[in-house]
Each structure stands twice: as structure tokens, then as C-alpha cells.
Design a binder for this molecule. Structure first.
Ligand code: GTP
Ligand code: MG
Length: 268
């Protein structure tokens, strides 16, 4: 009997679960429970900081331009299981310092935007803030992953202010459109359904890639529609502004009053 991917993954998860209970890890957790819990609390604070920055930007855009570039924000702290898997896979030493230094996605903030251009606009706004430091940028929109995944990833460092101390925390920010999020969510669900023959799996991977291209085209077309609306709106308000400079054309009363006036208004 041959093992397929799903069986292998089950065995791997079993080993992982056993190893979570291993003496080494139990010892580490017992010794570090308090500092570990504090570290997780700091990451939660960092998430709050980043979320607030995006909410402030969304609010400002809403006031200034009467539109919200952000559809929704989803945040999460990495699960213990996924953290341990990464520590093992990347052979990271079992110390809090090494974990904090090397694992940059313990705190994750996902920002779902309306249009592709909003992604870059929001990323620029965030990175221009003087308390934010960019650690790493991965642009999977300009360079999608081979499977079709698209999003802009930023690893940033943000300070949190505690009672007597300032701490710089790393946060992974993923910015994507609704279409990119739709694709990634479904692909993520399908990725775990691996109990299918290799040939069919290849066909499905190809299908998913095609869907990613369709979603990319949809994003481009929606962006184009938005740009045309913006252009039409600004042309309209420019025209309105121009007319408002000439009271003669501004309203029938303006015209009428000019025609029926005895010319007194025009004496100066
Ligand atoms: P991870 O170990 O998964 O964190 O990957 P990484 O450190 O190499 O970073 P990468 O930029 O590849 O991916 C980080 C995160 O992006 C993942 O945890 C997912 O949330 C998301 N992601 C990356 N690639 C894919 C993909 O192909 N499909 C989906 N659905 N999500 C992806
Ligand atoms: Mg990750």
C-alpha cells in the first residue's frame, strides 16, 4: 500500500502533536510560560496599533474623498501548533529571543481593499509613518506565486508603549483586494483536500491558476471603472466651478438680473 499526501500529512501532524508534548517543549513552556504569554500580549498590542493606523486612514479617506478604501480588516495571532511547526521546520533555537527574531508572522493583519490601487496607496501611507519600519516587502501582485496567489505582504516593525518601556514588535501585513481574498480563501480550503489522484490534482491546480488570472482581470476592470468614474466626476466639478465664476450663466436669475438691470452693478 502506498502512502498519499494526506496520509503523510496525518503522520506528520501526529508526530508534531507528540512532539508538542515532548519533554523538551514541555520544559520550555513551563519555564517560559509567563514571558511567553507576555510576548503574545505584546503581539496583540502591536496588532491593535496597526489596525488603528488603517482605521484612521480609512476614516480620513471617508471624510476627504467620500469613499472607504478598506472593505474589512482581519487579524490573528499565530496558533501554537503552527508556531511550533515553523520552529521545527526552520530549526529555530527554542528561546523567546530567537522566536521573536526569526518568526515574523506571529502577529498578522490582513487588510481587504476595494481596488488594487488602494493597496499601494495604503501601503505607502503606512510606510510613510515615522514610527513604522519596513523589514521586508513581498509583492505577490506584481509577481504572483506559481500557484496564482496574489497579495502584497509587508513585514513591519511597530513600537508599543508599555508602562516603563517601548518595545518594537514585528507584524505581517497582508494587503489584498476582495477578489484576491476570495481566491486565496477558496484555494486555502481546497489545498487540504489532497486525497485525489496526482493527474487530477494537476488539472485542479491548473484550473485554480486560471481562476487567479480571471480574478486579476476582474480587479483590473473594476479599477478601470473606478478610474473612469473619478475622471468623470472631476470633469463635472471642474465645469461646475468654471460656470460658478460667471454669474451670467450660473442661474436663470443671474442671467435675468444682468439683462434687466439698469447697469448700476456694472459701473465700477
Ligand atoms: P509561511 O511559512 O506560510 O508563513 O510562508 P512564508 O514565511 O514563506 O511567507 P509567504 O510570503 O510565502 O506566505 C505567508 C502567508 O501568505 C501564508 O501564511 C498565507 O497566509 C499566505 N499565502 C502565501 N502563499 C499562499 C498561497 O499559495 N495560497 C494561499 N491561500 N495563501 C498563501
Ligand atoms: Mg505565515
Amino acid at each position: 500500500m502506498s502512502l498519499n499526501n494526506l496520509d503523510l500529512e496525518k503522520i506528520r501532524d501526529g508526530i508534531l502533536r507528540d512532539s508538542i508534548m515532548s519533554d523538551e517543549f514541555l520544559g520550555f513552556m513551563e519555564e517560559n510560560m509567563k514571558p511567553y504569554n507576555s510576548l503574545l500580549a505584546y503581539y496583540r498590542c502591536a496588532i491593535m496599533e496597526i489596525e488603528t493606523k488603517f482605521k484612521v486612514l480609512n476614516e480620513q479617506f471617508s471624510l476627504q474623498y467620500d469613499r472607504n478604501p478598506i472593505e474589512s480588516i482581519k487579524s490573528r495571532i499565530k496558533s501554537n501548533e503552527s508556531l511550533i511547526r515553523k520552529i521545527r521546520d526552520r530549526k529555530i533555537p527554542l528561546t523567546l529571543e530567537a522566536i521573536e527574531e526569526n518568526i515574523t508572522d506571529i502577529a498578522g493583519v490582513r487588510v481587504i481593499c476595494s481596488f488594487p490601487e488602494d493597496i499601494y496607496m495604503l501601503a505607502d501611507c503606512l510606510l510613510n509613518q515615522d514610527d513604522i519600519e519596513l523589514i521586508k516587502e513581498k509583492d505577490y501582485i506584481k509577481n504572483p506565486k506559481p500557484g496564482g496567489y496574489r497579495s502584497l505582504h509587508l513585514i513591519v516593525q511597530v513600537p508599543i508603549f508599555l508602562q516603563n518601556e517601548k518595545r518594537n514588535m514585528k507584524v505581517e501585513v497582508q494587503l489584498r483586494t476582495i477578489a484576491m481574498d476570495f481566491w486565496a480563501s477558496l484555494e486555502h480550503k481546497l489545498r487540504y483536500k489532497k486525497n485525489i489522484p496526482e493527474k487530477q490534482a494537476q488539472e485542479l491546480a491548473y484550473e485554480l491558476k486560471q481562476c487567479s488570472e480571471i480574478s486579476s482581470e476582474l480587479d483590473a476592470r473594476m479599477q478601470e471603472i473606478r478610474n473612469r468614474i473619478t475622471l468623470a466626476e472631476s470633469a463635472y466639478s471642474e465645469k461646475k466651478d468654471a460656470y460658478s465664476k460667471f454669474p451670467l450663466f450660473n442661474s436663470p436669475f443671474g442671467l435675468l438680473s444682468q439683462l434687466t438691470s439698469d447697469g448700476e452693478e456694472n459701473t465700477e
